[in-house]
Each structure stands twice: as C-alpha cells, then as structure tokens.
Design a protein around this ligand. Structure first.
Ligand code: GLC
Length: 628
C-alpha cells in the first residue's frame, strides 16, 4: 500500500510538472535567458520541487489533491480573512489555538499571522527584516509550535497565511553576512556598488519610501566598504532577482514553509523586485515574470498553496498583479485592493463618491481569471493617498495636491469639523507628500465621539467599511480588533525599537476585556461586533457574492452613494452605500431594479419598501438588494 501511495505521488508530481513547466519556461527565459542556460535552470527548479514534494506531509498532500481538483476554492463567498500579530493577539503561538473559537464565531477561514519568521535583533520594520526564513521568531515560539498551530487552524477549516518577504533580507541574514565577509557568490544575491556613482544615477528616478525615517535608497556598508541597495530601511538589503540563485533559494525557503503548513503566502513589497536604470524600479514587467515563476513552481510541489501579492500602487499598475495578458491566471491568486481602501477613506472625508465611482469603474476589469482581490479597509501599514492626478482633475475644483492635503489634514484631525483622530506619516520634504496613520475606529470617528449620536455615526461608518469589503468581490480581510472598534494605541512610544515608526499607533494589542463585554450587547464593542458578524454571515449566505462573480460599478449619478452590482447569472445583487451623515434617496430606475420583481435586503432580510417612490438609506446606511 505504502509503495502504491508513493507511486501515485510520483505520478501526480510528474503530471503537475508537465503542466507547470509550460508556465515556467517563458518567465525563466525572459528573466534569465540571455545569461543563463535555461534547460539547466529548469532541471534545477524541478529538483527543488521534487525534493519538497517528496517530503510533503500526508495531510497536506490530501489537501493538495482537493485543491488541485478544485483550484477555484478560494473564490467562495465563505472566505473571510483575519490579520493578527500573534503576540498582540494571544501571546505566543502556542496560546493562539485557545482563541480559534472566537475566530470561528466571526466566520474566519484564513488567518494571516503577521511577520513571525526570525527577524534581526533590534529594529526590524515590524518583522519585515527577516534574518532566517527557516526559523520562527523565538519570542513567539518554535517551528514545532508553528506547525501545531497550522494543524489546529486547518482542523477548524482555516488557512494559515504568513509573509514571504521577497524584496529584501535583513542585513544580518546568513546570505548578507556571507556577502559582508567577502563571499562573491552571496554578494551577487544583493545589489552592491563599489562607489556611489550608479546609486546617484538611480536616485534621479527613484522615490523614497521612508523619506523621514530612512531617506534615500542606498546605504554605505562599512564592512563591505561599498554601497548596498536598501529601498526601505538601511538594514533591509534588496535582493538581486536578476540572479537565478535568488529565485532558487527563495523557492526552497518557501516550499520548506509550505511543508510546515503555510497555505497562503503574502508576497511582500513585490513591486520593487526588479531594477532598471532610468525608471522608478517599481512594477517593471519582470516582476510579473518572477511572480509567475514562484507561484507556478509552488503549484507543482504544493498545490494547496495560494499567494497574495502586496503591491500598494496606483490603479493602472495594480491590475496586472491579478494577471493580465500572458500572465492571466498564472500569477498570485490574490492582490490587495489598495484603490478600494483609499477611495473608501477619500469618499468618507468628502461625503462625495464621484471620484471613487470613476476610479473603480474605469480602471478595473469586472473580474480576473483564477484570481480576486483581497479587500480591506485598514491594515498594519499607513494609508498612502495613491490617487492618479488625472482622475482628481476630472472633478474640479479638486486639484491633486489640494485633495491630498485635504485628506491628510482630515485624517490627522486638523481639518475643521473632522471626526478623525489619525496622524501624518513620512511627510516628504521633497514632494510635500504625507501619508496617514490611525486605526479604523479612530479614523472613522469613534475616538472623537462624545455624544451617543456621534458614536452611532462612527459605528455606522465602521460597518459601512466592513459591508463594502464583504460584498465588493474578493476576500475581505479584517484587521485584528477592527471587528469591535479598537482605538489608536500610543504605547509604542515607550519602546525604543518601535518609537521611530508611527505605524505602531494602529497596531494595538487585542482587548480581550472588551471582547468579554460583547455578549452583553450594549457596549460600543458589542454593537460593532454584532454588526460585523451579521455582515459576514450575510456574505456567506449569498453565493451571488462569491469572488468569481463579476463586479460592476454602477454610476447612478448620485454624489453621496456608491453602488456595486454583482452580476451573478441567476440574480444581480445591487449593493448601495451612503457615504454621508444625511439620509439619501434614489429612484429604483437609476439602480436598474426590475419593477416586476420583489427585492429584499440580504443584510436584514427585510423586503424593500420604497419611500415616496425611492430607495432610501439612513446616515451611512447600506443595503444589499437581491430579487427574490
Ligand atoms: C510591506 C509591509 C510594510 C513593510 C514593507 C517593507 O509594505 O507591509 O510593513 O514596511 O513591506 O518590508
């Protein structure tokens, strides 16, 4: 029997390799064909894959089979993601399974554990400066704890997502240590320059990611006596992806983790992976070849695994991360919908949805092949106001900089009448650009609310956001604590390793005391939690909201409403969102509702009743209309 099992596994591997090789040869040839022997490289990739496939644990192998047969599993309306810092949520990894019931009650099917691989000591960009891809951060536990956790989550029907930091390693990673010790093989893993001539040339077209805390894109390393490319902090060394050894090494690291139970990899900062003089070195075509190579190779050895690209870029650059042209259906299955997030906040501040409707309607297709968005309202990062100037210019008197300044001021709370309590992040002396920090609830007005009425409005804004990401199409990602309105936390200022990075303000620890008040149903936390839970339950009960169903933005000519149609084959679901604190009315004709049919709201189950012939929404109200 065991022999037969092994034979079947070999046969599956061969079949998957035949399929995968077709999708690997193109990217590898384009990336490395001019300087390297491609058949030899293909053979090395195959050897890495087959070694990991042979070591794949039985339970994961069983999941591989399920997902190979049903590769669209992640498009189900049942999918809900939750993003947490293990230590801030539970303590150590071993303490997390005790909270699985809480997550299950919310409807979570996928848990993103924020950076949990071993980071460099001292400041580590929140763990995004990885020292060892094969080890768990000792403060969180051991690899055995991690495996046990992934098994516990799997048993509860949940995927485990972790960050795979692809653009850089810590300066203390073994590869960088070897490079610093003079090893030429590992020096080629990074972008190292003898003097600052080329770095200075590059700087002319590069932007600064952390102009405040880490200006410039290059760092002089005293050990090397040379310059190193460091897009982010000076201790994060950019990997040189034009060297196929980097691809092989990362693939090996990723598949090792896949065999430990990771089933979703968040590919961090992918936009920056390829460099070319005279460009911004962001979103270059080669990036999509690298992602295709990594994802399609993984599919051969571990088909249970999917990937999510983190590219926080302008709409035009975002779409290809979900697979367009030759890459359609062949890159990461998920990508963050950064534009939806930005437009949510922009509309909320302006009480005006016209820009949002325009951007989301014109720049995005209604669907993708074997891919969908990860929708979110807040995450651990700041909000960058990535709105294309030409889009803003369509709505005079708005101007690009005027609008950006308005948004930054509104969300740092200084704009007159603002309900938000956030803070500026990385104000650039060169461009004047400012980004924004703050938790969902604090930005939405819960922190500033002093009356029951203001509190009610803030809660409605939070639920508006949760409702938007749950119905838009894609997997909604809830950031830890946003399901019950956690506020900003300024305690990071007391920790020297964190004090320099204002993003910690919106990474508060889980407040289990507040969670315990939820069953009483009267506190703010309880109201937000109940609303969020109901939204997620309504999503799950509506197959028409699955992510393979096309998303069409409707422009009904109403400047306070945002309207999304989900074009299911049997019935169209029309989701309306009111972005103002005034009730709004709209005629059913503008919404293209069928007068011959009866509609009901999927959120409340209530039949649609017109008031004075119009569909009406209360302050920050939402309604998901579906014909019966
Ligand atoms: C991603 C992370 C961010 C980090 C950066 C560099 O954007 O989300 O927190 O600073 O990558 O690794």
């Amino acid at each position: 029997m065991a022999d037969q099992g092994a034979m079947a596994a070999d046969r599956f591997f061969d079949l998957r390799w035949q399929r995968g090789a077709r999708d690997l040869i193109g990217p590898l040839t384009r990336l490395y064909g001019t300087a390297h022997d491609i058949p030899a490289l293909m053979a090395r990739v195959r050897a890495v894959l087959s070694a990991h496939a042979a070591r794949r644990p039985d339970d994961l192998r069983a999941l591989d089979l399920v997902r190979d047969v049903d590769p669209d599993w992640f498009l189900s309306q049942d999918q809900v993601g939750y993003v947490l810092y293990a230590d801030r949520f539970a303590g150590r990894l071993a303490d997390l399974p005790a909270h699985v019931g809480y997550l299950r009650d919310l409807g979570v099917t996928y848990v993103h554990l924020m950076p949990c691989l071993r980071p460099r000591p001292g400041p580590s960009d929140g763990g995004y400066a990885v020292m060892d891809y094969g080890a768990i951060d000792p403060r969180l536990g051991t690899m055995e704890d991690f495996e046990a956790l992934t098994r516990a989550l799997r048993a509860a029907g949940m995927d485990t997502c972790i960050d795979m930091v692809l653009n850089h390693t810590a300066r203390e990673h073994a590869w960088a240590e070897a490079a610093r010790a003079g090893d030429p093989f590992h020096q080629r893993f990074y972008h190292i320059f003898d003097d600052d001539r080329l770095p200075r040339e590059h700087e002319r077209t590069l932007v600064e990611i952390f102009p405040d805390q880490a200006p410039g894109n290059f760092t002089f390393d005293p050990d090397l006596g040379k310059w190193v490319w460091t897009t982010f902090n000076d201790y994060q060394w950019d990997l040189n992806w034009s060297n196929p050894e980097v691809l092989l090494a990362i693939l090996d690291a990723m598949l090792t983790l896949a065999n430990r139970g990771v089933t979703v990899f968040r590919l961090d900062a992918v936009a920056f992976m390829w460099k070319r003089l005279g460009t911004t070195c962001q979103n270059l075509p080669e990036v999509h070849d690298i992602i295709q190579a990594l994802t399609q190779a993984t599919r051969v050895a571990a088909p249970a695994v999917i990937h999510k690209s983190e590219a926080i870029v302008a709409p035009r650059d975002l779409v290809p991360y979900l697979g367009t042209g030759r890459h359609a259906g062949r890159v990461a299955n998920l990508a963050y919908h950064n534009s939806l997030m930005v437009q949510f906040w922009a509309s909320l501040a302006a009480r005006d949805t016209r820009l949002m409707t325009h951007v989301l309607k014109t720049h995005f297709p209604e669907g993708f092949r074997r891919a969908c968005f990860a929708t979110y309202i807040r995450c651990h990062d700041d909000i960058g106001w990535a709105i294309t100037p030409e889009d803003t210019a369509r709505f005079p008197p708005m101007t690009d900089w005027g609008h950006r300044d308005f948004l930054a001021d509104f969300y740092n709370g200084s704009f007159p009448g603002s309900f938000a309590r956030g803070a500026d992040f990385q104000a650039s002396a060169v461009t004047g650009d400012r980004r924004t920090n703050g938790s969902f609830a604090s930005l939405a007005g819960l922190e500033s609310a002093t009356t029951p009425e203001e509190e009610g409005l803030a809660i409605a804004r939070i639920l508006l956001g949760h409702g938007l990401i749950a119905s838009f199409g894609g997997i909604p990602l809830l950031y830890m604590g946003d399901e019950f309105g956690l506020l900003n936390d300024h305690s990071y200022l007391e920790d020297p390793d964190r004090a320099g990075d204002g993003r910690w303000m919106h990474r508060p620890a889980m407040d289990w005391a507040a969670v315990r008040t939820i069953p009483q149903g009267r506190t703010r936390a309880a109201r937000i939690h109940a609303g969020t839970r109901a939204i997620l339950a309504a999503r799950k009960a509506t197959p028409q909201l699955a992510s393979h169903v096309p998303t069409r933005i409707l422009d009904p000519g109403h400047p306070r409403l945002f309207v999304v149609e989900r074009l299911a084959e049997d019935r169209v679901v029309t989701c309306l969102f009111n972005f103002s604190e005034e009730p709004q009315a709209i005629s059913p004709w503008s919404l293209r509702l069928d007068p011959a049919r009866r509609y009901a709201d999927r959120l409340t189950g209530a039949p649609l009743r017109l008031e004075d012939g119009a569909v009406t929404l209360p302050a920050y109200g939402q309604i998901w209309l579906m014909p019966g």
